[in-house]
Design a protein around this ligand. Structure first.
Ligand code: BGC
Length: 800
């Protein structure tokens, strides 16, 4: 595999064991729907996993495990529109698994959003065909996808058969760990052949979403149209078949257009009718493709983030990552009422759930498509009632957002985890990651800071911020011995520590990340209220019953929250330093890849909770989220003055104890190191950039879905970390520590209604504002602020 320069991700040769990872990486999607890049016509098995997912289409199934009902909500794999296959005479449909593979290349054109497979296969009887299959999922019309297959007959005469289908007999079986659990989400399958088109309508068994997937095919033989398809159905799927008498060198091409609609769509009557109308009205493949490519080119203009190609494929990786980001969430997601799925719409890992990963995604979106961030934050606001209920059930006021969620905002985290290394089911207490609410509130505030969208704050954001603050204010208990407030029994972002080795009951105490971010939130909740127009503040205070004493208590918490330290570093949580040290060299030598030390240790009969081992060092997340001066001033107010030396020691301490079991870890470490060890920061940037495309071909987890936060985080490292870009108090600031090795960055940004281009190098920063209407914006760099009007440009030169 190589990420070729420019815009192409290319794989050459057929490697069945790597095919599923390639499928994930060659997914085509548009934020509304995505389809894995599986061989057209393959069925779920060891080497292939066709999957099509619609944003926000979840369904619940129940299993009985040890006589107890266990419910799981999953993003549903939908009817498969891909099958487009070829056979010689009466032989089987040719696949790379049942024939001799003479050529096989898979390529993703990231600029145009087109995936292409080229193959030459020899059937059992020695006859060869050459084929090119091409597909896209339209960025212009979110309900449309297109596919073509051109088959050339290599040196024989006889009958060539072409098959097309929409397969409805689909389950969610993409993740081996879940295979023992219920997987059949689609019911009431209703295949239909209408006007020569193939359609399958299905209903999700519990959530009762109806989905129709339909296709229209047009075939031609040496340029002449062949309409004589025969069609059939077996009760779950619909099939069409065409037989063509061919001679050597003949070319048969098929164009297939798919239309996908669901009952959550806006602006339709019902899915089947909508899909039929779409198929009836869609233009030909070429026109659809043209519109799709235009839509991508417009998106790329907004997301221009060009790096001089000086740093080991960094530019191509960056584009690939942004490409998958935009296939997972795009302007087409705005009406979907769906969140940011941690693994994209690219597979079934984590059952398509939404975690806190949006924290890494929003900074990239808000600076280019703020309306998309707004819509994704609205998804969270709509689930505020569920978060309130969750808090109430635990005896707290305010809102407790779920660690994992899907449709309606209730907690979906599994309570058992299967360790594939040992085959053991172990208790999973990661749902105690209460910090997810802090992430939701943080994102609401950041969005407002960046965009100045006070209406959003007024209508939705402030309510969420206050309710989450309320929850955390009650979670913090007064500890008289310390004369401080403490937060007990939680799990921090480092999920390896869900309990103490010698203490029954889940959770750890005083996770520094949670405590400090809660303090940040208390300050922000007060500021959010101050930012509202008086009339709205009064309304909100009334309807939330917010008392002055509560606000006083928040203020008290910003001065009296406890944060643990040891040996001159911030402790990840209270007692971290008392845990055993791991024999890192031994584990590295024995296992090589030690990213999942939790599983390795469990399989050896140990518990990772007993060791100073972090999956991702969550203390360092503070450096990612809070500008240094805000972190310093918060800690100073708490009576914990920080210093650059302490931060450095803290980064070093956790670097030595982190196994990077989460792909987010590289982003966070790069951020922590950028200020004082740029070379190591760059090494982590590289890891983040290539975390999916460079994932281990046969053993990695990309096959089950991309790691969206790491993908977006890698872009964020480039756009904000190394450029020092921040947005607060109506000023756009740059404070570059730009590594000369990265050459020059050129990036487009949208800020306060303007499109800007920023060029950043190790010696200068230039900002150019597009001409047009609008007010001037304040831009600051190297200590100098300029007001830039539309059409203005200014260069700041690095001092010294
Ligand atoms: C990470 C979490 C993340 C989740 C989904 C886990 O491995 O530890 O921080 O939210 O994956 O991406």
């Amino acid at each position: 595999m190589s990420v070729a320069p420019e815009w192409i991700l290319a794989f050459s040769g057929y490697d069945p064991a790597d095919e599923r990872r390639r499928e994930a990486l060659c997914t085509t999607g548009n934020g509304y729907v995505a389809t894995r890049g599986a061989w057209a016509g393959s069925v779920a098995g060891d080497h292939h996993y066709p999957g099509t997912y619609l944003a926000g289409y979840y369904n619940r199934l129940t299993d009985r495990v040890d006589e107890v009902g266990v419910e799981n909500e999953s993003l549903v794999n939908l009817p498969d529109w891909l099958p487009l296959v070829v056979a010689v005479d009466d032989g089987n449909w040719l696949t790379p698994d049942n024939s001799e593979v003479l050529e096989y290349d898979l390529e993703l054109d990231v600029r145009r959003g087109v995936a292409t497979r080229r193959f030459r296969l020899r059937a059992g009887d020695g006859r060869e065909v050459r084929g090119i299959e091409r597909r896209f999922t339209s960025m212009a019309d979110p309900h449309i996808a297109g596919q073509t297959l051109a088959v050339t007959v290599v040196g024989w005469s006889g009958r060539l058969r072409i098959g097309s289908a929409v397969r409805g007999n689909i389950t969610n079986s993409g993740v081996e760990r879940y295979r023992k659990l219920a997987a059949r989400h689609l019911t009431d399958l209703s295949p239909l052949i209408a006007d020569g088109n193939l359609l399958v309508t299905a209903t999700t068994s519990q959530s009762r979403h109806r989905i129709t997937v339909g296709t229209r095919t047009v075939a031609s033989h040496n340029g002449s149209v062949r309409p004589d398809w025969s069609t059939s159905t077996d009760g779950t799927s619909v099939y069409a078949e065409l037989t063509v008498d061919v001679t050597a060198g003949d070319v048969v091409t098929v164009e297939k257009v798919a239309a996908i609609h669901g009952s959550r769509d806006v602006g339709i009557s019902e899915p089947q009718l909508a899909a039929q109308l779409a198929l009836g009205n869609a233009p030909c493949f070429r026109d659809l493709l043209e519109a799709h490519v235009l839509a991508w080119s417009q998106l790329w203009r907004r997301f221009e983030l060009a790096l001089e190609e000086s740093h080991d494929g960094a530019l191509a990786a960056l584009r690939l990552n942004n490409f998958h980001l935009l296939q997972s969430v795009s302007p087409h997601s705005i009406d979907a009422d769906a969140g940011v799925p941690a693994r994209g719409l690219h597979g079934e890992a984590y059952r398509g759930h939404v975690f806190w990963d949006e924290l890494f995604v929003f900074p990239v979106l808000t600076l280019r498509t703020p309306e998309l961030t707004r819509a994704l934050l609205r998804y969270r606001h709509r689930r505020l009632p569920a978060a309130r209920l969750a808090a109430r059930q635990e005896g707290f006021p305010g809102a407790m957002y779920p660690w994992q969620s899907g449709s309606d905002g209730r907690e979906e985290s599994p309570r058992l985890h299967l360790n594939p290394l040992s085959g053991h089911w172990t208790e999973d207490a990661t749902f105690r990651q209460r910090h997810v609410g802090l992430a939701v509130a943080y994102s609401m505030w950041q969005y407002v800071e960046t965009t100045g969208d006070v209406d959003f704050l007024s209508d939705h954001g402030a309510e969420v911020i206050i309710e989450v603050a309320r929850f955390f204010a009650h979670l913090a208990e007064y500890d008289a011995a310390r004369d401080r407030y403490v937060i007990k029994g939680v799990v921090g972002p480092d999920e390896f520590h869900t309990s103490y080795p010698d203490r029954p009951g889940p959770g750890i105490d005083n996770n520094a990340y949670t405590n400090v971010m809660a303090v940040w939130l208390f300050g922000m909740a007060a500021r959010a209220l101050d930012r509202l127009p008086a009339w709205r503040r009064i309304e909100l205070v009334e309807s939330l019953g917010l008392r002055q004493e509560e606000r006083n208590h928040w203020d008290e918490l910003t001065r009296r929250m406890y944060v643990p330290f040891h040996d001159g570093v911030i402790s990840q949580f209270e007692g971290y330093e008392q845990l055993a040290e791991l024999d890192w060299p031994r584990y590295r030598t024995t296992y090589g890849d030690i990213r999942r030390l939790d599983r390795i240790l469990e399989a050896e009969g140990h518990d990772v909770s007993s060791y100073q081992v972090s999956k991702q060092a969550d203390v360092l997340m503070l450096l990612y989220l809070l500008p240094r001066r805000d972190l310093y001033s918060s800690m100073e107010r708490l009576g914990y003055p920080l210093s650059a030396a302490l931060i450095r020691r803290t980064v070093k301490y956790y670097l030595a104890r982190t196994c990077h079991g989460s792909s987010l870890s590289a982003v966070v470490h790069a951020w922590g190191l950028a200020a004082f060890d740029p070379d190591r920061a760059l090494a982590f940037l590289e890891q983040a950039l290539h975390s999916d495309a460079g994932d281990a071909p046969h053993t990695g987890t990309t096959a089950e879905g991309i790691h969206l936060a790491a993908m977006a985080g890698s872009a964020d490292l480039i756009q904000r970390c190394f450029t020092g870009l921040t947005t607060s108090n109506d000023v756009l600031r740059f404070g570059p520590r730009w590594p000369a090795k990265l050459g020059t960055l050129r990036m487009a940004l949208r800020y306060r209604g303007h499109r800007l281009v920023a060029e950043v190098s190790s010696t200068a920063v230039t900002v150019t504002v597009d001409p047009g209407p609008g007010l001037a914006i304040a831009v600051r760099c190297y200590g100098h602020t300029r007001l830039l009007k539309p059409g203005d440009a200014h260069t700041w030169t690095a001092p010294g």
